[in-house]
Design a binder for this molecule. Structure first.
Ligand code: MN
Length: 213
């Protein structure tokens, strides 16, 4: 029994070392947990097909390159073209899925709330400004609430896989403005999709990200 366990654990550790590849992270909630704001069907496609697809493509692309074995963060800061696009989409989706919750805090607390009130006037104003940025973004991309090195907040729109770290900024929240994020549930009504998404965005994540920046 002991040797059998030892053998299994040796094989597992060898696999982990040999793998040096990325694995899709499971959702931190059930597929139907965010319904009806985000349907089970949307989440299954978004997580299992789109996000997992980026992970698999990234693994394919980095095999045999100097990026193999590097952290995702290093890859997104130093790569370009297809490797950047897939690595950044992996990072962006993990960030996005992590901030959603079936039991969200609908407002930030204390220090982030103060900063938002000082700079934008209110939490409602930030939400509205981000929704508007999403509606105005031509094509696919992301809208971010970000903070700079001086603690100044702002809203950043990025095209396609673009992300705040490549602009020297720290993201606090993200809206996924790719059609795959909302088309099943909201069709062409992007503004409505963004407006509704706030019902499942957990500001506790933004608080944590703001405190740990
Ligand atoms: Mn997406």
């Amino acid at each position: 029994m002991f040797f059998r366990l030892l053998f299994i654990s040796l094989v597992m550790s060898m696999n982990l070392q040999a793998a040096v590849r990325f694995e899709p992270k499971p959702l931190p909630y059930a597929y139907d947990a965010l319904s009806p704001v985000i349907s089970e069907e949307t989440l299954r496609y978004h997580h299992d097909k789109h996000y997992a697809g980026y992970v698999n493509k990234l693994n394919e692309l980095i095999a045999g390159t100097p990026f193999e074995g590097e952290s995702l963060e290093d890859i997104i800061m130093t790569s370009d073209r297809a490797i950047f696009n897939n690595a950044a989409q992996v990072w962006n989706h993990e960030f996005y899925f992590e901030q959603l919750s079936p039991e969200p805090a609908l407002r930030p607390s204390e220090s982030l709330l103060e900063a938002i009130n000082r700079q934008f006037g209110s939490v409602e104003a930030v939400r509205e400004a981000m929704n508007q940025a999403a509606v105005n973004l031509f094509g696919s991309g992301w809208v971010w609430l970000v903070v700079d090195d001086e603690g100044e907040l702002s809203i950043l729109s990025t095209r396609n896989a673009g992300l705040p770290m490549r602009h020297g900024l720290t993201p606090l929240l993200a809206l996924d403005v790719w059609e795959h994020a909302y088309y099943i549930d909201y069709r062409n009504r992007r503004g409505d999709a963004m407006h509704e998404t706030w019902r499942v965005i957990d500001w506790r994540k933004a608080d944590e990200r703001y405190e740990n920046r």
